[in-house]
Ligand binder design. Structure first.
Ligand SMILES: Cc1cc2nc3c(=O)[nH]c(=O)nc-3n(C[C@H](O)[C@H](O)[C@H](O)COP(=O)(O)OP(=O)(O)OC[C@H]3O[C@@H](n4cnc5c(N)ncnc54)[C@H](O)[C@@H]3O)c2cc1C
Length: 307
């Protein structure tokens, strides 16, 4: 499926744009699941000024969706209408060590890289990012966390740009963090974050990161086409236990499967469509509801339209 041409209509409105604007660009390669249709227009801003310029000139009726490294996303098979924005590593991937055990990190920086930079600078408290395969922008939106740490524990402030192209910043409290969620306005595209750690020994932090890597490899299908934990843990429950108890381990719809290794992970075995994966998730929710009376909530974000 292809959308009506949008990029060519937008370009004349933005003669000084420096980033890359493409039409009907496939999104599947930009996600971990490797499924889904195209973006009507895909914009990769050159830097924050370019992003603000683009958003200021973009007609207000055109929807905007931002994606990070696509590690928590199902893009539906019909693709995403309007503009999808993906921050480039070049313009948004900088890392700066600040005074007082702080680290300023561009939103396109992979979490793993932020963890490593902190460790090398002797900043303790960000090692948990080692296990999360997204980028910092996604971590801010999702309050990503693992191994006893969450984004909210380390964030000092986040910077971003609104849909109208205005620059904004948020303190930790302004981010309204809760479990895998930030209540910062949904239109904000985060561009940078400042994290606070404490003094630590680089060798010890790097050793902790190695332990995290080993623990993940032993317990999660991290080499598969997946979106990580599919459902949030309901209060007082572990999602995987409810899924297991409902007999869903290994369950298949089309070429999508509930992981045998970790049953809160769904896997694209190779030829799954987004519809297969979403239908599998809904079937898991139905079986858990029937078995335990618990309503599972999606943690994975689903964007776009069906085929
Ligand atoms: C193998 C595997 C293991 C995982 N383990 C964990 C884990 O232990 N803990 C955990 O918390 N998560 C885990 N995840 C999920 C995922 O890595 C996190 O949610 C991550 O923070 C998503 O970041 P991303 O860049 O991939 O965002 P995407 O998946 O691209 O997007 C996720 C959401 O963030 C928004 N977003 C992305 N960038 C920005 C931005 N710059 N500004 C505003 N919004 C933005 C998107 O609009 C979307 O709503 C795992 C995923 C996989 C595949």
């Amino acid at each position: 499926m292809t959308f009506p041409e949008l990029a060519a209509k937008l370009s004349p409105l933005m003669p000084e744009l420096r980033g890359r604007l493409g039409a009907n660009e496939p999104l599947a390669p930009l996600t971990w699941f490797r499924v889904g249709g195209p973006a009507q227009a895909l914009f990769m801003p050159a830097d924050e000024d370019d992003l603000a310029y683009f958003l200021k000139r973009l007609p207000p009726e055109i929807p905007v969706t931002v994606i990070g490294l696509g590690s928590n996303l199902i893009v539906r098979d019909g693709g995403v209408e309007g503009v999808v924005i993906r921050l480039s590593a070049k313009g948004f991937g900088g890392i700066e060590v600040l005074e007082n055990h702080r680290l300023s990190v561009g939103a396109a920086t992979p979490d793993v890289k932020a963890a490593r930079a902190a460790a090398e600078a002797g900043i303790d408290g960000l090692a948990f990012f080692r296990g999360i395969p997204g980028c910092v922008g996604g971590a801010l939106r999702m309050n990503a966390g693992a191994h006893g740490g969450e984004t909210k524990d380390a964030l000092v402030e986040a910077h971003g740009v609104t849909r109208r192209g205005e620059r904004v910043s948020f303190s930790n409290a302004d981010m309204g963090f809760s479990y895998r969620h930030s209540s910062a306005p949904g239109d904000v595209i985060f561009t940078r974050a400042v994290f606070q750690g404490e003094r630590g020994d680089p060798a010890k932090i790097l050793a902790e990161m190695d332990r995290i890597t080993q623990a993940r490899e032993a317990s999660q299908p991290i080499r598969e086409k997946t979106g990580g934990s599919t459902f949030k843990n309901p209060p007082g429950h572990k999602a995987w236990q409810l899924i297991d108890a409902a007999g869903c381990r290994g369950l298949v719809v089309g070429d999508a499967q509930v992981s045998e290794m970790h049953c809160n992970f769904l896997i694209n075995r190779g030829a799954a469509t987004a519809a297969d994966i979403e239908a599998l998730g809904e079937e898991v929710r139905r079986r858990v509801r029937e078995r335990s009376g618990v309503e599972l909530q999606w943690e994975i974000k689903r964007i776009g339209v069906g085929a």
